[in-house]
Design a protein around this ligand. Sequence first.
Ligand SMILES: [Zn+2]
Length: 195
Amino acid sequence: MPYKNFEEYNIQVTDDVKERYKNIIEDLGENTDREGLIKTPERAAKAMQFLTQGYNQDPVEILKSAMFKESYNEMVIVKDIELYSLCEHHILPFFGKAHIAYIPNGQIVGLSKLPRIVDVFARRLQVQERLTEQVLDCINDTLKPQGVAVVIEASHMCMMMRGVQKQNSITTTSGFRGQFEKIETRNEFLKLIGK
Ligand SMILES: [Zn+2]
């Protein structure tokens, strides 16, 4: 992920986190005066601010900024939305894809806003289950569609790199509201995303 869209690092937070990272790196047995590591605490502090910038963003406002009256009332699907988040138990990445569908109820939303909503919730300390629910509830409560569905498939570095080392396992979570609680609508969506 490029950093170029996020230049507003909080100087105070950067300094605080930088000092703490320096301690952590030393506690782990490294020498922070080593050439390759001199700027690492600051880079890590900025990277973590980037990866948790979702705390400072309002997903409801993002959706509301691009809602339009429209009579279209068939299923709208955005699939294969790239997703990068941090597991709140280990602060290690989990990453994968989100698939979102909704059936409008008089209003549609600009399609680019759905991946942005995913980013806002993903760029926080998360668990995949809550991330799924938050995306689902945000769309349901703001757009008030006839139905909404969210499926997330992700690989978790905390499983892949440590512990059980199940390197190829993918965790799938899903949530359905409104029309998607009907089995035939849900199945149509799952078929369209190739599940
Ligand atoms: Zn974890």
